[in-house]
Design a protein around this ligand. Structure first.
Ligand SMILES: [Zn+2]
Length: 461
């Protein structure tokens, strides 16, 4: 029997052809014109799962775009891994910035240019081809594998969120670990595992004063100005030290362990370079945490937009009738949006001056997640990656939020393994998205190695 690496080497052409087939289906979830393409893409995946892998696979109808589920023949006593991916892609606008047709995969200088080349068709397929590789080199899989693909990751994952509400569906998806590639690795030769994601919660605060804009000469100094009040209330939320001053805000924050701080410090990061890239010469934030920690493992507060009063040409001497601001918090485990909403409401009420009314509107929210570094599944995945790259993966806490991933973890109670195969420079969501052939094949090899290691984890069941 060939080794997985040899098998992948021999079947490069076949894997590329299959990948290109998937890329040619323009499954843009945001555009209703592509409805039929979503179905085609879902059926294509189901066919690959049952035809090529011998999985029991089917397309699951939903209110919106279908889900695709497939399951390997049972391997008694072995762990179960659920591999997640999304088959929908971002729109291609602005079309004139593409150097090649966005849905015709084009190989140039070792890179495959196409929408979805990386995010997430390319990355998802690495796992499918890894399973194929294990089947062909070992004769059978060493563990139970389930695949789940959704077609709405880029537009909010409504169908999958609804699917997770039912116990029957959760039983169908039940797994010891969830494996996915929808993040980046730190460098071409350095693997990474994203073991934490921040949550996010968004609000709009509106203050209303007089029933119309007032003349500031007639009323100035005698009535409350809603814009001034809004500025004072918002400024009270955060201190110059980056600390959020809402009582109880940090109560549920799980402190960073010494081990985590050590791991996070291993991520290659040049602060001066990172600042220079955005035209800055100074950082902001909690002085006792590194910039990497502030970005991924500490909560934050940002005003996203502020509106009120006259903003046209020249000046206008008024006291505005209203003022409003949109702002978000990035949350870390175990902070939840609900208690924050209550604390925020009373924090602002306490600071609301006489003469203005307030309305705090909750817009959206999801908690963050973190997998303990000691997780046997995380450690197994790390061993798999090390064996392929000859280097241990960097453990990353990503500052962004992927609400559906956090939801799946909570619904299934399984550890997440986010092992990105692509790189930040692949330009996902941008014109000329690409995935290098090298990363694609390394992704297949890595996934096969990760699955082999996961199969060795004792689950007690
Ligand atoms: Zn994605």
């Amino acid at each position: 029997m060939p080794t997985p690496k040899e098998f992948i080497e021999k079947n490069r052409r076949k894997f590329i052809d299959k990948w290109f087939e998937a890329l040619r289906i323009p499954s843009v979830s945001a555009e209703t014109d592509h409805k039929p393409d979503m179905r085609r893409m879902a059926e294509w995946l189901a066919d690959l799962l049952d035809g090529d892998l011998g999985f029991a696979a089917h397309v699951i109808e939903t209110q919106t775009n279908p889900l695709v589920f497939g399951q390997s023949p049972e391997v008694p006593g072995a762990p179960t891994v659920l591999i997640y991916g999304h088959y929908d892609v971002q729109p291609v606008d602005p079309l004139d910035q593409w150097r090649t047709p966005p849905f015709e995969p084009t190989l140039d200088d070792g890179k495959v240019f196409c929408r979805g080349a990386d995010d997430d068709k390319g990355q998802s397929l690495t796992h499918l081809f890894a399973v194929k590789t294990l089947l062909e080199t070992e004769g059978k899989l060493p563990l139970n594998v389930k695949f789940l693909f959704e077609g709405e990751e880029e537009i909010g994952s409504a169908a999958l969120s609804a699917f997770l509400e039912s116990e029957e569906n959760r039983n169908l998806l039940a797994a010891d670990a969830i494996l996915l590639s929808d993040t980046d690795k730190p460098a071409a030769d350095r693997p990474g595992i994203t073991y934490g994601l921040r949550g996010v919660v968004g609000y709009e605060l509106t203050l209303t004063g007089p029933n119309r804009d007032l003349h500031s000469g007639l009323y100035g100094g005698s009535v409350q100005n809603p814009v001034t009040a809004l500025c004072a209330m918002l400024a009270a939320v955060i201190g110059p030290d980056g600390k959020i001053r809402i009582p109880g805000f940090y109560d549920d924050v799980v402190p960073l362990s010494a081990r985590e701080r050590e791991e996070l410090a291993k991520r290659p990061f040049d602060e001066a370079e990172s600042l220079a890239a955005v035209g800055l010469d100074a950082s902001f934030g909690e002085p006792e945490y590194t910039v990497t920690e502030r970005r991924g493992a500490r909560p934050s507060f940002d005003i996203n937009g502020i509106t009120g009063g006259y903003q046209g040409k020249g000046g206008k001497t008024i006291i505005p009738a209203t003022a409003s601001a949109k702002f978000t918090f990035r949350l870390v485990p175990n902070q939840r949006p609900e208690p924050l909403t209550r604390a925020l409401e009373s924090f602002f009420r306490d600071r609301l001056p006489a003469g203005v009314k307030m309305d705090l509107a909750f817009q959206h929210g999801a908690g963050g997640m973190v997998i303990p570094l000691e997780s046997p599944f995380l450690q197994a995945a790390a061993r798999g990656l090390s064996s392929v790259y000859g280097e241990a993966p960097v453990f990353i806490r990503d500052g962004g939020s992927i609400p559906i991933i956090t939801k799946m973890k909570d619904a299934l109670g399984a550890d997440l393994i986010l092992a990105g195969a692509g790189l930040e420079e692949d330009g996902i969501h941008s014109p000329n998205e690409y995935f290098t052939l090298r990363d694609f094949f390394l992704g297949i090899e890595s996934s096969a190695a990760i699955l082999t290691e996961l199969a060795r984890v004792k689950t007690g069941g």
